[in-house]
Ligand binder design. Structure first.
Ligand code: F3S
Length: 64
């Protein structure tokens, strides 16, 4: 599974980084999210799906 954050949509709600801190980190400069690695680490898929569904801006997408 691959994951992406649309930086245009992200408004820094932080939920993704709280749910899956091994996958998402918040940039110091603007607090917006970025993926640490586009390839989702093994065992993190459930958290990533939860992050997708939790983002109020619908900024996160996955590719199987
Ligand atoms: Fe941004 Fe959504 Fe995460 S707005 S910080 S991608 S919860």
């Amino acid at each position: 599974m691959k994951v992406r954050v649309d930086s245009e949509r992200c408004q820094g709600h932080t939920l993704c980084a709280m749910i899956a801190p091994e996958v998402f980190r918040l940039r110091e400069i603007d607090g917006h999210s970025e993926v640490i690695d586009e390839e989702v680490p093994a065992g993190q898929e459930t958290q990533v799906i939860e992050a997708v569904n939790s983002c109020p801006e619908r900024a996160i997408s996955t590719i199987d």
